[in-house]
Design a protein around this ligand. Sequence first.
Ligand code: SF4
Length: 300
Amino acid sequence: MVSCRVVRTSGLEALRQPLEALYREFDYHARVGLDALQFPLRYPEPRDRELVALLTACLAYGRVDLFGRALDGALGAMGPSPAAFVAAFDPRRDARAFGEFRYRFNRPRDLAAFCVAARDLLARHGTLEKCFLAGDPDPAGPIGPPLERFVRGFLDADLREVFPRGRLSRGYRHLFPLPSTGGPCKRLHLFLRWMVRKDPPDFGLWTSVSPARLLIPVDTHVENMARAIGLTRRRSRTWKMAEEITGRLAAVDPADPVKFDFALCHTRMAGDCRDRRDATVCAPCGFKAVCRHWKGRRGR
Ligand code: SF4
């Protein structure tokens, strides 16, 4: 029993030290301009930033430079205050502003539907945070149920102004994945990380949700890093994988487990981890002691 505990504790310590060092020493400034976070950060007004953060996160599938070009065009069409644009949005008059928008599954009508749903939810709740909190009766509970209700608010909105037959487009549904389907819901967790965490690079506009409840937004970079350093052994990228990785990170920092997300993601994205043993690239990496690619090969 004792020896088991010693192994587990030393395993945790082997992870804690490099994780904390990575979080502490990472050059966030150098990478923010390459991250989807750059779009909401352009807007100093909280109501604009909150809305742009959600739209950005919804479109954040694929590479930042690709969806970023399309998003740039959409934000340009919304003018200096996207929140004011949405508050007064009339699809018959304003949807044409998105006429040029194309990004993979998404077309202009998906953005028009986003604006209609956001317009009505914001008119009812005032802010997206209050909209989220309206479906969050247990402030210490898991994040899945309130996130499901938040997403439902957009999927169940009256969108007949955009979809007269009442059938949502595939593109619009793709903007809002439901946690109950078991997918990782990376874009939703990314939005929550931006809104809830107070420390840079996140902007912590939401004050009523605890960072301890967040789950890590698992994309391909985070998945690869997590598998390399032993945060998960799961093969498929799912909600359960996000829970498992977050659980391991919570053993290091229970109050703020997803604080490591940005640095882990960008380490892999920048090529500072190739998810394989590479004497040159791996030389400065603090994770060698826990990395599956270096197991039994330390010091080589
Ligand atoms: S030791 Fe190499 S492969 Fe392992 S996490 Fe570090 S950089 Fe990646």
